[in-house]
Write a protein that binds this ligand. Structure first.
Ligand code: FAD
Length: 362
């Protein structure tokens, strides 16, 4: 890792990164690893990455679809989280099997078909007929075992990275006001002279005048942590919503998906919805004591692809955002690709160029 020069009146760096969510943090980690000088600026507000469950689930939906990109995104994610675990000497990504509890006969039939497909072999395990109990949970329509699933402990990871960046004077807690950027004679923000500014602001991208033209479709999510006294297996559950067993007889359940109310207030309605969804599969857990209720906003996008690339007219400004509901899976691979593009001019996947003609106002 390169050594940052001490905070001085003028600090010349390669990249100023706005936002220390998972996107800004892992991109900064990647760029530091390649010898760049960076500074991350974050306002310290609770963000989507901290609230997120961090789940990685390669096969999703009623039809059990695995998108083709999982085959390269997942190995990159696992490698990145293993490298971070080695460096900080603690695990952040916990691989656990997932039981997919069917909600209809159609789901059972869809799963049966998928099991015959070679591309799905590595991701799917046993499929059980309706009626067979799963141990603690009811499975009136049967269930399927999924493999290569797990979850990222996002809050501990972001805390470790924040401490790491701080120790290298690569972190500053501040609200970044876009109006404070000077472009002439050189790019400048406060005492910093970066070659580029990269915005990793999550859903707040919508308020950034340089990138608000990108078609963000943000969606609020709420999530509950419950304390229980049942003996439950250490497997993830998916029953349309998901359940993660944590240590100390706690579970997390979530998440709602609300594109209409873009605030971070928790609601009684979402709590009821989440508990009611769990009840048919595990009535006792649905009565457990709620000890935490959180809400935040996912940076989803019109075409479900991230927003990565350079501003069409201000080449010193860049964006790394739009990871929607899949930040844990996608951000490690895209961080590498973006670093390749920034440092070696390699082609960039999910480049925002795809919106230049249709969305950028001349
Ligand atoms: C309830 C919920 C559940 C989720 N579950 C999962 C899941 O199971 N698996 C999964 O992969 N993903 C999940 N997600 C999605 C995941 O949170 C996102 O994909 C990911 O966290 C996005 O990271 P980000 O860094 O882009 O945004 P954020 O984490 O929101 O980070 C943006 C950062 O930028 C800072 N910032 C913005 N503007 C400024 C400014 N002007 N000045 C200073 N700082 C600024 C913010 O304070 C914040 O720290 C979930 C999201 C929610 C809300």
């Amino acid at each position: 890792m390169p050594h940052m020069q001490q905070h001085s009146r003028k600090m010349r760096i390669d990249f100023l990164i706005v936002g220390q969510g998972l996107a800004g943090s892992l991109l900064a980690w990647e760029l530091l690893g390649r010898g760049c000088k960076i500074l991350i600026v974050d306002n310290g507000d609770e963000n989507a990455s901290q609230v997120a469950a961090g789940l990685i689930n390669p096969v999703t939906g009623m039809r059990f679809v695995k998108s083709a990109d999982v085959d390269y995104l997942l190995p990159a994610a696992k490698q990145c989280y293993r490298q971070l675990a080695d460096f900080f000497r603690q695990d952040f990504y916990l691989e656990r099997p997932m039981l997919r509890l069917f909600r209809s006969e159609a789901e059972y039939n869809n799963a049966q078909k998928r099991l015959l497909e070679p591309a799905y072999q590595a991701y799917l395990g046993e499929c059980r007929k309706p009626g067979k109990p799963t141990g603690h949970f009811c499975a009136p329509f049967g269930f399927l075992e999924q493999k290569q699933t797990g979850y990222l402990l996002t809050r501990p990871l972001l805390n470790c990275l924040k401490d790491f960046f701080t120790a290298r004077t690569c972190y500053r807690q501040a609200g970044f006001n876009v109006g404070d950027i000077q472009f002439q004679p050189v790019l400048r923000w406060q005492d910093i002279q970066p070659a580029r500014i990269i915005f990793c602001e999550g859903y707040r991208c919508a308020q950034n005048p340089w990138f608000s033209w990108l078609p963000l479709q943000a969606a609020k999510g709420e999530i509950l942590t419950l304390e229980h006294s049942s003996a439950i297996p250490d497997t993830l559950l998916n029953y349309g919503n998901w359940l993660i067993p944590l240590a100390k007889r706690q579970i997390r359940i979530g998440a709602t998906f609300d594109p209409k109310h873009l605030d971070t207030q928790t609601t009684g309605q979402a709590k009821t919805t989440l508990l009611n969804a769990l009840r048919p599969f595990c009535a006792d857990l649905a009565e457990a004591n709620c000890i935490r209720h959180q809400a935040n906003i996912r940076p989803c996008t019109l075409d479900k692809q991230p927003f990565i690339g350079i501003h069409p007219s201000r080449k010193q400004l860049a964006v790394f955002n739009g990871f929607g509901a899949k930040g844990s899976l996608q951000i490690p691979w895209y961080s590498r690709r973006f670093a390749d593009a920034l440092l070696h001019n390699r082609p960039l996947p999910s480049d925002i160029q795809r919106f230049y003609a249709t969305h950028f106002p001349d």
